[in-house]
Design a protein around this ligand. Structure first.
Ligand SMILES: CC(C)(COP(=O)(O)OP(=O)(O)OC[C@H]1O[C@@H](n2cnc3c(N)ncnc32)[C@H](O)[C@@H]1OP(=O)(O)O)[C@@H](O)C(=O)NCCC(=O)NCCS
Length: 325
């Protein structure tokens, strides 16, 4: 059977590491509070030359090299992002320019932290129509540019980075088995970001000319656990798969307590759940493709393994995807 398969992965993180100890000097917080409430120890911060499109292009080059696909062979570039370099053109068009992927059409997809899962599902639909298509699917963010560095409720949580994968049609049992996507715009106030794209490599405090990310953390937490568990339950039921059959789960990396609650709900041992939120914090649409690339390069994925991806983010948006590697 012909299915959409991931044939290459890549990621790129900014050079600068910002630790919890560094944050202790910026806002009233402590390494102990951040670690116990979120699991985050460090995050990466983009500097000049590490704009969202450049991180995305870096991740894409690695994914293309692994896939053995030249940029000119790409048909479509999809970038999940809420922090494009500018409002127009899209981040995807800037990536297309960087890669010299002349044949590809390109577009961004805004589904906040679920951006990569949404983009992967869209890519699957194109490839199902034309299995020869080669699609670059990216999640890339520089949320440090849109955080109020005086707001301890949010600034400790987010980081910057990009992850990418190349997908195309492949004959066999493996590939993208199913995806379930959801949204509920009624709850938009609980997690939102107004205003136009911006850049803030100096981590200046919010001057209130540029709106910053707003979040009601406790409410978001509650919805995130419930919604992801529901999406996972649905996608597994669609495919007749039991949680115990999953070789690896890569959840959106926002908070270790959300991840543990999800693992508890699925009765999955944490050894089967990929965690790197400690290193990178919440990189929104980039968390899943960065983790996927790390897991792949670290040998955590073998042909035939069942892989589950799930996410939750602003919108609200959420979803789950099941892949046979
Ligand atoms: C943000 C989050 C870590 C806060 O944890 P929490 O246990 O809910 O904590 P609360 O918001 O109830 O705050 C508890 C106290 O810690 C304080 N606090 C908040 N941030 C702090 C920080 N960085 N350092 C120290 N104290 C902090 C609060 O002011 C509050 O103090 P108060 O009780 O005196 O008012 C948690 O709610 C969360 O992770 N939510 C989901 C966030 C998320 O994943 N968002 C993205 C989804 S895509």
């Amino acid at each position: 059977m012909m299915r959409t398969a991931i044939i290459g992965t890549g990621s790129q993180l900014p050079e600068r590491v910002l630790s919890n100890t560094d944050l202790e000097g910026m806002v009233e917080t402590s390494d102990e509070w951040i670690t116990t409430r979120t699991g985050i120890k460090t995050r990466r911060i983009a500097g000049p030359g590490e704009e969202t499109s450049l991180l995305a292009a870096g991740a894409a080059r690695r994914a293309l090299a692994m896939a053995g696909v030249a940029p000119e062979e790409l048909d479509l570039i999809l970038v999940g992002t809420i922090t494009p370099d500018m409002t127009m053109p899209s981040c995807a068009c800037l990536v297309q320019k960087e890669l010299k992927a002349r044949r590809a059409f390109a577009m961004d997809l805004n589904a906040a932290c679920s951006g990569f899962l949404y983009a992967l599902d869209v890519a699957d639909k194109y490839v199902r129509c034309n299995p020869a298509m080669k699609v670059l699917v990216i999640g890339a963010e520089t949320l440090s540019s849109r955080v109020d560095w005086q707001d301890r409720n949010t600034c400790v949580l987010f980081g910057d980075g990009a992850g990418a994968c190349v997908v195309t049609g492949r004959e066999g049992d493996g590939g993208y088995l199913a995806g379930r996507l959801f949204a509920d715009g009624n709850l938009w106030q609980l997690l939102h970001l107004e205003g136009a794209p911006g850049h803030n490599p100096g981590l200046r405090p919010n001057d209130h000319e540029q709106p910053s990310i707003m979040m009601y953390g406790r409410e978001v937490f509650r919805h995130a656990v419930r919604a992801m568990a529901d999406a996972v339950g649905k996608v597994l039921a669609d495919q007749g798969v039991a949680p115990a059959e999953l070789s690896l789960v890569i959840p959106h990396q926002a908070n270790i307590r959300i991840i543990r609650s999800l693992a508890d709900h699925l009765a999955l041992p944490m050894e089967n759940v990929y965690v790197n939120v400690d290193k990178y914090g919440n990189t929104s649409a980039a968390t899943i493709p960065i983790a996927l690339d790390e897991a792949h390069r670290n040998g955590r994925l073998r042909r035939g393994d069942l892989l589950l991806l799930c996410s939750f983010g602003g919108g609200f948006t959420w979803g789950a995807s099941l892949i046979r590697w």
